[in-house]
Design a protein around this ligand. Structure first.
Ligand SMILES: CC(C)(COP(=O)(O)OP(=O)(O)OC[C@H]1O[C@@H](n2cnc3c(N)ncnc32)[C@H](O)[C@@H]1OP(=O)(O)O)[C@@H](O)C(=O)NCCC(=O)NCCS
Length: 196
């Protein structure tokens, strides 16, 4: 797999740790939950709470952080199916539980690409997210993960940048799901065709 940005910009792509909790949860809240949120959607503004963020940033092996000059400008929270089950058993991931149950009916070993943000906006459209998704597939494949899922908002707003991003990387919509009043497209990519 060829991993490269549109321009050659010196950056660092690294796993997350609990030290990232404050910066990452603020970036996600400011960019993702507020931008796509309105009071009719049912999206939970303070969800997940700081303890859940601490858990996922500390424990999830496949999370990725993009840094430029030692400053975080991008994040992608990834869960393996084992990490989802462990965190559900701790009482976490309640909002997405219905979607996750649906995924476990399809597959018992997968990676779920969850929250992704590039911030500030001036760093968008430079290929950083594409690189984080490709890196996730590369790391996952090394550990035997062949199936990758994500959920993209389609109602009341369609998240066109995300839909285009995942479609361009070979993800396809396999179902639509509702959580409260929000509609989500469930997207899937299998790496099985790459196996000879
Ligand atoms: C979605 C988001 C993470 C994409 O990050 P990004 O680093 O700008 O994306 P990339 O530069 O890697 O884009 C890769 C491809 O995605 C698609 N894409 C990205 N932004 C797009 C936009 N604004 N409009 C249309 N397509 C877009 C394009 O196909 C793009 O390839 P191209 O630039 O060669 O046309 C970013 O827009 C963001 O942080 N949005 C706010 C938070 C959010 O919605 N997160 C996703 C929900 S989990």
């Amino acid at each position: 797999m060829k991993l490269e940005l549109k321009q050659d910009i010196r950056h660092d792509l690294r796993p997350s740790s609990s030290a990232d909790i404050r910066v990452v949860s603020n970036i996600i809240k400011d960019n993702l939950l507020s931008e796509l949120n309105n009071k009719n959607t049912g999206f939970l503004i303070n969800y997940p709470n700081s303890i859940e963020y601490k858990t996922r940033l500390d424990r999830n092996k496949y999370n990725l952080i993009t840094e430029l000059n030692d400053k975080i400008i991008g994040t992608l929270i990834n869960f393996s199916s084992d990490e989802i089950q462990a965190q559900i058993s701790q009482g976490y991931l309640l909002y997405e539980k219905g979607v996750l149950d649906f995924l476990f009916n399809l597959n018992d070993k997968f990676i779920w690409l969850d929250q992704m943000v590039i911030h500030p906006k001036k760093y968008r459209r430079m290929g950083f997210s594409k690189l984080m998704v490709e890196k996730t597939l590369e790391m996952g494949m090394r550990d035997g993960y062949m199936d990758y899922y994500c959920m993209i908002s389609i109602f009341p707003e369609t998240n066109i940048p995300s839909l285009n991003l995942f479609t361009s990387l070979g993800f396809r919509i396999v179902d639509t799901q509702k959580i409260n009043n929000r509609g989500w497209a469930i997207m899937h990519k299998s790496l099985n065709s790459h196996v000879r």
